[in-house]
Design a protein around this ligand. Sequence first.
Ligand code: ZN
Ligand code: ZN
Length: 324
Amino acid sequence: MGSSPKLSLQPIIWLNVISLILLHLVGVYGILFLVTSTHWKTYIWGYTIGTLSGIGITGGAHRLWSHKAYKAKTPLKIILLIFYSMAGQNTIYDWVRDHRVHHKYTETDADPHNSKRGFFFAHVGWLMQRKHPEVLSKGALIDMSDITNDPILEFHRKYFTILKILFCFIIPVAVPCIFWKEKLSCSIITMGFVRYMLGLNFTWLVNSAAHIWGNKPYDKKINPSENKSVAILSLGEGWHNYHHVFPWDYKAAELGDYTFNITTAFIDFFAKIGWAYDLKTPSPELIKKITLNHGDGTHPKYHQDSDHHEEVPCPNEEENLKQD
Ligand SMILES: [Zn+2]
Ligand SMILES: [Zn+2]
């Protein structure tokens, strides 16, 4: 755990560098110059698919598949896979392995987006270069049998590229052109570039901003922090101090309502109709004990000096390893 971050640069992946620069150049152009010439329905469509694709990441790849914080029936898994494909990120296998190794070796050389290497590296720089050897060796040891044994995820792996092109690019771009006669060039730039660019950046902020800025009510010794702005943009994933202490909580947060955690609203809805079940969450007593023992004193309800409390170990280590 205690290895120092090396600043040695791994070989650059130029294809990623060029595509990411291009994506951002066209994306920023779209934001600056297409504000008034875009149909209002395209804005609503962009917001809708942006939110749904975000839930594919947060409710699917993150809380369901990486952390097994709840269980989902087949129809919900299929919905989440479609949403996930709309976000246009890596395969679920890569996403989950990178995320599990991030939790297990947070802010060491084995952390794929080690935030001790700075904001840029944690945000996007890590995608522009080959992985650190420690990430590869520790990543290879992560148990991924639940992912490889799931036939639905196996189907997704097999048709990954087709599904990504269809749900992330073709459908988002085609719908405005077909249904409200949006100009094709405008739809390509706003849906294919602006919407995609924003979605990626909102995900990346959890790895960068929420590992740098914010308070630490649950464990003051770690860098992941509570960051309300990130929570809004990432549909509920900004409560990151809490999440690194209780990674198996399906809410990924203790406080804040649905406004700051749309993903939890989504999972709660599907729990009501029975498609999501076995939702895991710690007891208020456990949260209180951990907060009083390890927090930085900024918790709105629990203060170190206001209560007599018993010593308890932080659940970090053992719970992070718990992948039942
Ligand atoms: Zn993190
Ligand atoms: Zn996580």
